[in-house]
Design a protein around this ligand. Sequence first.
Ligand code: SF4
Length: 348
Amino acid sequence: MSKLEQLLKKISCASFPGVEDLVAVLSLEDLPEIKVLFDFADVVRQKVCGRGILLRGIVEFSNFCRNACAYCGLNKNNLALPRYRLSMSEILESVARVAASKVKTVVLQSGEDACVDILGLLEIIRSIKEQFDMSITLSLGEMNFKDYQLLKKAGADRYLLKIETSNQALYESLHPGMSFENRVACLHDLKEMGFQTGSGNIVGLKGQTLRMIAEDILFFKKEDLDMVGIGPFIPHGRTPLKDESQGSALLTLKTLALSRIVLKNVHLPATTALGSLEKDFREEALRAGANVLMPNFTPLRYKKLYEIYPGKRCIEEAGSVCVSCLTSLAERLDRTIDYSRGDTLKAG
Ligand code: SF4
C-alpha cells in the first residue's frame, strides 16, 4: 500500500481526522496521486450509496435578496438585474413538471427575499404534498425559529443552508451585515426541529487557505449533515469580487472526494457550478464521490435571471431535457438514475 493510500485509510477510519492530514491531501498536485484519491472516494461512494444517482429538481422561485454577499450576482446592490417572483400557480406548474419527469424531490430555492410571503409558502408546501408524492427541500436562507417551524409543520422535509466558509473572519468579510454565529444557530435550529439538513462551501474564495477548506470539511463532520454542496468560486461581473480569479476545478474535486472519505453517509451533489466552468466537470465529480444531480425546472424565461454566477449551465433547456441529458451521463459512467426520494443516509 502506498503512503498516500495509508493516509487515506487513516483519514477514513478516524472518527475525527486531523486537520493536517486533510491539508496534506488537499495539497496533492501529482495527477496519478489525485487519481488515487478520486478512486478511493469512489469506492466509499459505492459502498455507502451504491450505483444510483439521485435527482433533485430545482425551482428558483424568486431572485429578490436583502443581502449583499460579495460573490453573488443576486446581491441587493446589483441594480441591473431584473427581479422576479413566481406566482403560486407558476410554482405549482413547475413542480408538476418535476413530478412528470419522475423526480421525487423538489428544491424550492430563492434569495433571502425580505418580502417572502410565509402564508403563501405554507400553502404551496401543503399543495405539493397533497398533489404529488414528493419530498420538499427548501433553500431560502436565514429565517426565524418560528417560521422554520411553520414550514416544517406544513410538510417541508429538508433545508439547505450553505455556510460557504466555516472561517468566521472570512465569512463575515464576504457577508456584510450578516453574522456567522446566526448562520450556525439557524443550522442548529433546523436540525433540532427535524429537517434533513444540508450545507456546503465555495472553493477558491479570495483569502481562503487549504487549511480553511480542511476545516470546512471538519465543520460538516461535526454538524453531522445529511447533504453537502461543494462548488467552485465563479466571479460575477456585478459583485465586489468581479476581478478575482475563478476557483480551481481540481481543488473543488479534491475537496469533494475528501469530503466523501471523511463524511461517508452524506448526499454530495455534482454541483451545477462545477458543471459551469470551462467544461462540465460534473462527470468527474460523479467519479470522485458525488451521488446527486440537480436538474433545473425553473421556467425558461426566468432561468437566466437567477444568476448567482455567470455562465450557468443548462439555462436554455427545459428541466425534462436536463433529465434526459443526465440519464445519458449516468449511462456513460455505467451508473443508473435512482428515482427514489433519496432521504438521509443516516440511520434513523
Ligand atoms: S448568496 Fe444568497 S443570501 Fe447572499 S446575496 Fe446571493 S441569494 Fe442573497
